[in-house]
Design a protein around this ligand. Structure first.
Ligand SMILES: [Zn+2]
Length: 67
């Protein structure tokens, strides 16, 4: 008994229904522990060299993990 089904066409309908979704920034703004300015990015030049942006303060690895 052969149970072959050659006509097995899997229809993958990947339709992304985009409704009027407004992307809002996260509510919790990360503040720089050094100057208190909102941190938009963290630049890592090494395991112990992290710089917060755009203020430019240096962060410790422990502070980076909390961001
Ligand atoms: Zn800062």
């Amino acid at each position: 008994m052969t149970d072959d089904d050659p006509d097995s066409s899997t229809a993958d309908s990947t339709e992304s229904v985009l409704e009027g979704v407004t992307l809002t920034p996260p509510m919790s703004l990360t503040l720089c522990p050094s100057c208190g300015e909102p941190v938009g990015s963290v630049t890592s030049r090494g395991p112990l060299d992290h710089t917060a942006g755009p203020c430019g303060c240096s962060l410790t690895p422990g502070e980076v993990r909390r961001l």
